[in-house]
Design a protein around this ligand. Structure first.
Ligand code: ATP
Ligand code: MG
Length: 297
């Protein structure tokens, strides 16, 4: 039996005086124990919505999420969640941030200390445990967020663009660290990303979603040994294949797009697919940052 089953998930958002927006319709797939699965797709296609449904933060209109045989109905320690931009508690030190996740497990003081020690070790954060998030680099904050999510030994780790805010130079290095962290913890992962190369580097499977109603365009299995060689023709072959699938998924969006307010001000030429996609992503990212901030509270 699969560890995680996404069964016929439908989610519609309704806003006053607007036609209901079907974000996900009858979406189904399953994830095996130990698999690393990435979700890739155009901005606004429902990736975060799906991840928050899996996390138990959002209830679907219909369908079920089954984790290790149990129906997900609310958030729980069996799921570690890393929100976009990490969402560490800024008033807590690294140690306090990690220990916070251990509270739900009702561990003894000694067990907490041991687990903390183990987590600081796998994340190379020894010596920084008494620092506050603001005193850490982006990469260190990301590691705290991941080990905090791992603290309660979740069945599954749900990552929403965990490297979204990291600059290009740091990204590849942090992808390697993330791979090592997850491998060390032997955890199953579902990760949302916008970065095709990142998805190929880290995943066993990449699920490409369409812009429209979160349909699965293709479920691509990445059959490459680890650690992966980004320069190999096979790696580049997967990147090209998936980039093309995402490009196709983007072009669908142009048909029934609802422009966010302020979109017209960017003055783009809507006849050009490239500039359209680019501008849409810029606007949508701006919107989703606000959206994520709200959801994380
Ligand atoms: N709470 C909400 N109320 C109304 N609409 C929402 C809400 N949350 C998300 N949406 C809408 O649902 C759609 C999917 O949003 P979601 O955040 O899941 O997209 P995404 O694929 O994660 O996008 P991105 O790649 O930009 O993060 C968007 O059109 C968004 O406007
Ligand atoms: Mg998102």
């Amino acid at each position: 039996m699969a560890l995680l089953e996404v069964k016929g998930i439908t989610k519609t958002f309704t806003r006053r005086k607007k036609t209901p927006h079907i974000v996900l319709e009858n979406m189904s797939f399953s994830v095996e124990q130990g698999q690393y699965v990435s979700l890739l797709g155009p901005s606004g296609c429902g990736k975060t919505t799906l991840l928050t449904v899996m996390g138990g933060f959002l209830t679907p209109d219909s369908g079920q999420i089954i984790l290790a045989g149990n129906k997900v109905e609310k958030p729980g320690p069996d799921r570690g969640f890393v929100f976009q931009n990490y969402a560490l508690f800024p008033w807590m030190t690294v140690k306090e941030n990690i220990l916070y996740s251990l509270q739900v497990k009702k561990l003894s003081q000694r067990e907490q200390k041991e687990r903390l020690h183990e987590l600081l070790e796998i994340s190379h954060l020894f010596g920084s445990e008494n620092k506050y998030p603001v005193q850490l680099s982006g990469g260190m904050q990301q590691r705290v967020a991941v080990v905090r999510a791992l603290a309660s030994r979740p069945e599954i780790l749900l990552l929403d663009e965990p490297l979204g805010a990291i600059d290009f130079q740091m990204r590849e290095l942090l992808q390697e660290e993330l791979a090592a962290l997850v491998e060390g913890a032997k955890t199953t992962v579902v990760m949302v990303t916008h970065d095709v190369s990142e998805s190929v580097y880290l995943s066993d499977r990449v699920i490409v979603m369409s812009a429209n109603k979160g349909q699965i365009v293709k479920d691509v299995y990445i059959n490459l040994d680890r650690p992966r060689d980004r320069q190999s023709p096979e790696f580049k072959g997967y990147v090209s294949e998936i980039t093309e699938l995402v490009r196709q998924a983007f072009s669908e969006k142009a048909v029934d797009i609802e422009l966010p307010s302020g979109f017209a001000e960017t003055n783009v030429n809507y006849n050009s697919q490239a500039s359209f996609t680019d501008a849409f992503n810029r606007m949508s990212n701006r919107y989703s940052r606000v959206n994520h901030g709200r959801a994380a509270k």
